[in-house]
Design a protein around this ligand. Structure first.
Ligand code: ZN
Ligand code: ZN
Length: 274
């Protein structure tokens, strides 16, 4: 199974999981046109999506979900709060409870795990394929023991590193917004992400992707160096950073179409967003 972020950040999020002819999207925070363009770079059409799992209703994650239902009749999977907040169409919506396993074609399965994010009922996702697991988690101000339990030992972990503490503190945001971002229901700072990863990385963890970086309060070199410092003792694999204008690369877990286990080689995407 391949995992490809079409883009992550406060201007839109979507991540494509593909196994053979099965394609599943996590979040749809883009316009219909943008989604189509970005999928097109991976030779996938929106109508080929088996489903879209929406983590929570904030517009950068769910703002394009209704468009996807209306334009391409794509089934949406979301919890009750997210379904209600986004006004999703009942005939194309499947609601799930925390920890319900969602099964898709060609062995893709997803487990939604609740995460603390104020004003929303957000979930992180553990994607499984061929006995291997990948965590995809963003928009959380803190974490629970339950989340640690499910992420620990994943072969691949994609997680937000939203802000650098100093940049947020001395940056241009009003103090009420600074407080909200850094609260327990806000977003993870680079240092918090490092500390979480320190708890969940094991010898099985091969790759990490940092995502949903703030363009105002963070920079790729700050996120990477802060996280690397925190996980120096427990992780020897590769770290990549997913930016707003993807897709930039794919990771692989589980089985690769027909040819045994994935090597987890990272594959760069060379085409540019038109
Ligand atoms: Zn977000
Ligand atoms: Zn959010």
């Amino acid at each position: 199974m391949s995992i490809t972020h079409l883009g992550t950040g406060s201007r839109g999020n979507a991540t494509l999981l593909s196994s053979g002819s099965s394609h599943v999207l996590i979040d749809q925070g883009f316009s219909g046109v943008q989604l189509e363009k970005r999928l097109n770079m991976l030779d996938v059409a929106p109508s080929q999506l088996e489903g879209i799992i929406v983590t929570h209703h904030h517009s950068d994650h769910g703002g394009g979900a209704l468009i996807a239902q209306k334009r391409w009749n794509i089934p949406i999977f979301a919890n009750h709060r997210t379904t209600a907040e986004l006004g999703l169409l009942h005939e194309y919506t499947h609601t799930f409870e925390p920890l319900d396993v969602l099964e898709f074609g060609n062995g893709i399965s997803l487990l939604p795990v609740p995460v603390p994010h104020s004003g929303a009922d957000n979930v992180g996702l553990i994607a499984s394929h061929g006995g291997e697991r990948s965590a995809i988690i963003s928009d959380l101000g803190s974490w629970t023991d339950e989340l640690v339990h499910h992420v620990r030992g994943c072969q691949h972990i994609a997680i937000e590193a939203n802000y650098d503490r100093q940049r947020l503190l001395y940056g241009p945001y009003p103090s009420s917004l600074k407080d909200r971002i850094s609260s327990r229901g806000g977003h993870l700072s680079n240092a918090q992400t490092g500390s979480f990863l320190n708890q969940v990385c094991t010898d099985a963890t091969r790759t990490i992707t940092l995502m949903h970086l703030s363009e105002t309060n963070n920079a790729p070199h700050l996120a990477e160096s802060t996280v690397l410092f925190a996980i120096d003792e427990v992780f020897e694999g590769d770290i990549n950073i997913s930016l707003q204008d993807g897709p930039q690369f794919s990771h692989f877990i589980g089985r690769r179409d027909g040819d045994g286990f994935a090597t987890n080689a990272i594959q760069r995407i060379l085409r540019e967003l038109p």
